[in-house]
Design a protein around this ligand. Structure first.
Ligand code: ZN
Length: 140
């Protein structure tokens, strides 16, 4: 039996400007910022807003060669990826691989907000960039 994800960990949303986007999420949508960080290897600034157990992750490129900059140029702002919280990310990647799904990350890497993450290839997931995400112990 394959193991089910625990919940939607977060939705990644590509934005041109976090500055310009936050008034929507903090205003009418009514969310609160719980965390913010620079994810250096992705060349993005990320701001996390809490929605119950889940978060909205706003992603703004910090460089023209950021994957988020490439996404914005191709598709414009919008939902970039869906991230599932999983207990055992290695096992979930092995399951995906066994099902013939290509992996962007063969091994998990550190993501934002103290997590291990790995992406599946959107060509094998019907156009939805899919992330698995395992919460790891945080120093704070
Ligand atoms: Zn993510």
């Amino acid at each position: 039996m394959m193991s089910s994800p625990l919940c939607i960990d977060h939705l990644g949303i590509a934005v041109e400007s976090i500055e310009k986007t936050l008034p929507l999420y903090q205003g009418p949508v009514g969310l609160q910022v719980i965390h913010e960080e620079m994810i250096e290897d992705q060349k993005v600034r990320a701001v996390f807003l809490q929605v119950g157990e889940s978060t909205i992750e706003l992603l703004e490129p910090t460089s023209p060669d950021s994957p988020i900059a490439v996404f914005l140029a191709k598709k414009g702002p919008g939902i970039h990826h869906v991230a599932y919280a999983v207990l055992d990310i290695e096992a979930k990647l092995a399951e995906a691989k066994a099902a013939g799904i290509r992996l962007i990350d063969e091994t998990p890497r550190p993501g934002g907000h103290g997590k291990l993450i790995a992406f599946l290839h959107p060509k094998d997931t019907f156009g939805v960039l899919t992330e698995y995400c395992q919460r790891i112990e945080q120093p704070d």
